[in-house]
Design a protein around this ligand. Structure first.
Ligand code: TNX
Length: 742
């Protein structure tokens, strides 16, 4: 078994030979370390025996006294020789992590219950290890979909194997409340159940409902069992109770905590809801009662109170809120939200706990001691750290594991976006803008698993892993030590362990990847590859309606000169056929031609570079993050295509993305001008009818019918978003697809 430890340890020296662990191996625990027991839990499960305490020269595992205080309590040194294993650590957590490292050096069968194997070989090695960050977390939303206790334990098992130490449990949502609180029985009788759920994507029109009652909740004894289970694995469970937004399910049971006199129901569709808590005394009494219960159940120092996505409409229209703002001297509803959060913070602090909230808690002023979870990008985190607050980084761009992880056509429905494993892995949680002093406030990193579209444990595993494992390494391993190819190799080994643990992880590391370059004599050259040596690329092209079977790829790159549909996949030993990549290459006169742009795209949406605009691939309909969409923010779009020679041009075509939720707006107008020499441009077309477009993408098609070598495309940005639309007050994003010339 190769040594393939994840997260990658700080220092690893390979030895020769191996230690043989068997029934007669003794544990020497003179130093009275607490952790040797976990090794016995694993051994008992697979081999049916436990190691006994005892002294011995050979065949012995020593747990020695903790390091002195300077080192992290999570650090450890593990030395495996042919005659002994020595484990020294900074504390019980470090010893636990040494055991996880040992475990990862054992064959995958070690995870099998009753494997029938009694003797295990561990390669000789010396490892010194310590985490980069103290907070290494994974989140799970059980509000949108409910996940059973056994699954939560399995999730925790996987986190522990990769040395993560926080489980952020998102327990309440508009669509369901999941925590038993005896004093408020309607939370579990009413708020935990919705009458039906939207089918397909929330943006589909018309929306279809499934008509099926859905819900569930965790009993207090189940919660206690999970907290304890996690604790035994050095994972702190951080509960989240959402306020003041995402609280519609509570209002369905207790409408008196809302600002509007109406009948509320538990939400049945996804998205941001206007029904939010009203800052009344009754509401605070309720929240404090609930938080008291939460503090009894969860020993975590941190309590997460949400704070994200709270529309202010009902507060603006509520007399009570307006009076309260006047009385407290609050200048707007954002300050009212801050006042709300501060009041909750005081309550938590008075009970010896600390508050965490999503980055919206910065708006209107941060509560004095609050820790910020930066999700809408990294800016919130930067700002909070500059103000001297602790921060956990979890930006959508790198940590949202509910986004698509591949461009394959057979990918199950997800919320949108595009976040492949490699991009997750590339993340460095410390923003470059911070000074070393400010950077100390970055406590760590977390992967978020929002479950609007994740209905089953199997699909949850598929979305969470292996991307969550990349997050584990981002949280543990120093930046200079990280290397994606090396990670992928180690991962391929550890995935065998997850197979035995019956984890339905996604297998995209074996997928086909594509690269497009201009082909000589026109058209494009499509290069297909796979990173695994155990896989072979298979491929078919289909011109018009003429499909063929997937066959081994012979000529790479494939030269494509006319509109073509292609499918590609991999056949792997022993994994079988993988996911299918399907591309429509709409080869046109601009394919592979050179372009210049007036200003480059925003760095977050420039994965594909200039080629993404002329590679013939239309961007996806619902993943604005797919690398094929390029985006500008605060700048107009201007690009000039050079067709190489003066030719007949009939028309120009492109598309723009339209999703106001994430602040993406259509342009105000598009103009096209042509030239034969690149100096004298003549305007030949314009389009400006972008009002009231409901579709997710808008195609613009402009007739030209002239001779030209150069085409200049200009799109004037939407500009500042009006206050009453999503992202109000900010610059809108402009997303541009393929520039096509026919
Ligand atoms: C935003 S992240 C939300 C969630 C959604 C998620 C979907 C955050 C604090 N709020 O309510 O589930 O996007 O990606």
């Amino acid at each position: 078994m190769p040594i393939s430890i994840i997260p990658k340890p700080m220092k690893l020296e390979k030895g020769t030979g191996y230690f043989e662990l068997n029934k007669n191996t003794k544990i020497n625990n003179d130093a009275l370390q607490e952790m040797y027991g976990f090794l016995n839990v694993l051994l008992k499960n697979t081999s049916g025996y436990e190691l006994e305490l005892g002294k011995s020269e050979n065949n012995v595992i020593h747990f020695t006294a903790y390091f002195d205080k300077e080192k992290s309590h999570e650090s450890y040194v593990l030395e495996v020789t042919e005659s002994s294993i020595n484990i020294q650590s900074g504390g019980p957590a470090g010893a636990f992590y040494a055991i996880q490292t040992l475990r990862q050096m054992l064959p995958a069968d070690f995870e099998k219950a009753n494997s029938g194997i009694e003797t295990w070989r561990i390669p000789c090695v010396k490892i010194e290890d310590s985490p980069r960050f103290s907070y290494r977390g994974m989140h799970l939303d059980v509000g949108r979909h409910f996940f059973p206790v056994d699954f939560i334990k399995k999730y925790i098992d996987i986190l522990a194997l990769f040395k993560m130490n926080r489980f952020h449990w998102h327990l309440t949502e508009d669509q369901g409340w999941r925590l038993e609180v005896p004093d408020y029985p309607k939370l579990t009788e009413v708020s935990a159940w919705r009458k039906e759920t939207v089918v397909g994507h929330n943006n589909d029109k018309p929306q279809k409902m499934d008509g099926e009652r859905y819900g569930g909740y965790y009993r207090q004894n189940e919660i206690k069992a999970i907290v304890q289970y996690a604790q035994e694995r050095f994972i702190t469970v951080i509960p989240e109770i959402e306020m003041p937004g995402h609280s519609q399910a509570v209002l369905a049971a207790y409408p008196e905590f809302g600002c509007v006199d109406k009948t509320y129901e538990v939400a049945t569709t996804w998205g941001v809801k206007e029904d939010v808590f009203c800052p009344k005394e009754e509401t605070f009494k309720f929240l404090e009662d609930v938080l008291t219960e939460v503090m009894d159940l969860f020993p975590s120092k941190y309590i997460h109170i949400g704070g994200d996505e709270c529309p202010k409409k009902q507060w603006e229209e509520s007399q009570l809120c307006q009076d309260l703002m006047k009385r407290e001297g609050l200048k707007d509803e954002h300050e009212l939200q801050s006042w709300f959060i501060r009041r909750i913070e005081q309550f938590l602090n008075a009970n010896g706990r600390k508050l965490i909230g999503w980055d919206e808690i910065l708006e209107g002023g941060l509560a004095p001691d609050a820790t910020v979870m930066s999700w809408r990008g990294v800016q919130g985190g930067i700002e909070a750290a500059k103000q001297g607050h602790d921060v956990i980084m979890t930006p959508t761009s790198h940590c949202y594991l509910d986004y698509y992880q591949s461009r394959n056509s057979n990918e199950p429905l997800a919320i949108g976006g595009y976040l492949p494993l490699e991009k997750v892995y590339s993340y460095d949680p410390v923003p470059q803008e911070l000074t070393p002093e400010q950077a100390k406030h970055i406590l760590g990193v977390q992967g978020n698993v929002w479950t609007e579209y994740i209905k089953t444990p199997e699909y949850c595993e598929y979305m969470a892993f292996p991307r969550g494992i990349a997050i584990a390494e981002n949280g543990w391993t120093a930046n200079e030590q990280k290397d994606y190819d090396d990670f992928a190799d180690r991962l391929a080994d550890q995935l065998q362990r997850l197979d035995v643990m019956n984890v339905n992880y996604a297998k995209h590391i074996f997928d086909v990847d594509y690269e497009i370059a201009p082909a000589e004599g026109g058209g494009i050259a499509l290069g297909l590859s796979t990173r695994s040596e155990d896989c072979q690329v298979v491929f078919t092209e289909q011109v018009e309606d003429n499909p063929r079977a997937l066959n081994p790829l012979k000529n790479n790159p494939v030269i494509i000169k006319e509109p073509t549909r292609i499918q590609a996949s991999t056949v792997c030993e022993p994994l079988g056929v993988n996911n299918i990549l399907e591309l429509f290459l709409n080869v046109n006169k601009a394919s592979g031609k050179s372009i210049e742009w007036a200003t480059p795209p925003h760095k977050n949406y420039n994965l594909g570079g200039k080629m993404a605009l002329v590679n013939s691939i239309s961007a996806s309909d619902d993943r604005f993050n797919d690398g094929e969409w390029l985006a500008w923010n605060g700048e107009d779009f201007e690009a000039t295509i050079d067709l190489g020679e003066v030719i007949d041009v009939e028309r120009f075509e492109t598309r723009f993305y339209n999703a106001n939720g994430p602040w993406i707006y259509l342009p105000k107008s598009v103009e096209i001008a042509i030239s034969e020499d690149g100096n004298d441009f003549k305007k030949v077309g314009e389009y400006a009818d972008f009002e009231n477009v409901e579709e997710r993408t808008k195609a613009v098609n402009l007739p030209i019918n002239a001779k030209a070598r150069y085409l200049k495309v200009q799109a004037t940005r939407y500009g500042i978003i009006p206050a009453d639309r999503p992202g109000g007050g900010n610059e809108a994003w402009l997303f541009v697809d393929e520039l096509m010339v026919f």
